[in-house]
Ligand binder design. Structure first.
Ligand SMILES: [Zn+2]
Length: 268
């Protein structure tokens, strides 16, 4: 019997003349790869429901528990046209796709991450600006959901709540150490360094939904450091992670809303 699954299509590769191999993130079973016979014909509704970055209802089944998933039918729930028609948004949408494909093992149900990714695409589809902030919030939540922190800048060694200056952190456990404890332990050069106030913002975002409880305005400086920190944290777990600021378009788009010379993060 075939079961319906709600899925976000991540990757779709042509196979032969008529068929497709599709990787999708489903609410019910996490990451799956499926085979879609006949999905390649032009003007085919089945095929368009299997395009990358589409939210679709899929009908199909495994013939045996370990076999490739066979896709029989697919209907579009949301094609996210606002993302599809905007190169800049496409790049911002590509970042979580790459992160999810790299971080999630197949067949592991992650409903919280599924809902987070769906919410991210819905907001990106509609919003004209603040895409960098959305990505930073998404990454913070994603890392929290997957158990990779980030933790507040409180020293694991002496308990000091570090307000300013640099801290070393272990991306595996999220633990932070102050400068004195780092020196006493003998500094581990592989452990990344970041600004305590930037880590505090990211830790706060990790506990909020993508829209947060109040409007946040980041300075270009804060936003740049947050993007860098997110890249550092993800690249610790994902080999060959391409840092977001090296991608085309992203660096050139206006990334934050300026509210004047005293631009600041309103929540702090
Ligand atoms: Zn300490």
């Amino acid at each position: 019997m075939a079961f319906e699954r709600y899925a976000l299509i991540l990757r779709s590769v042509r196979y032969g003349d008529d068929d497709r191999v599709v990787t999708f993130f489903s609410l019910e079973e996490g990451l799956l790869t499926g085979f879609a016979r006949g999905a390649n014909a032009t003007g085919n509704r089945f095929g368009s429901a299997l395009s990358p970055l589409t939210f679709s209802a899929l009908l199909g089944r495994h013939h045996t528990p370990d076999s490739l998933f066979r896709l029989h039918k697919a209907n579009v729930i949301d094609p996210f046209s606002g993302i599809r028609n905007d190169y800049d948004k496409l790049l911002w949408a590509g970042l979580p796709v790459r992160a999810i494909l790299s971080l999630l093992p197949p067949h592991v149900q992650e409903p919280a991450l599924f809902e987070l990714f769906l919410h991210y695409l819905c907001l990106l589809d509609k919003e004209r600006e603040r895409h960098a902030l959305l990505w930073i919030r998404f990454s913070a939540r994603m890392l929290r959901v997957l158990g990779f922190g980030p933790l507040a800048p409180v020293c694991h060694g002496c308990g000091l709540d570090i307000l300013l200056g640099k801290v070393r952190f272990d991306p595996e456990s999220g633990r932070v150490r102050c400068r004195d404890c780092s020196r006493m332990d003998g500094e581990k050069s592989r452990e990344p360094v970041c600004q305590a106030d930037i880590l505090r913002i990211l830790e706060r975002f990790s506990g909020e939904d993508l829209q947060g409880s109040e409007r946040v305005v980041l300075s270009d400086h804060q936003e740049g450091h947050l993007l860098e920190l997110v890249d550092q944290l993800i690249s610790w777990h994902v080999h060959h992670w391409t840092f977001s600021q090296t991608l085309p378009f992203l660096g050139k788009a206006p990334l934050s809303v300026k509210i004047g010379r005293n631009e600041h993060l309103s929540m702090l």
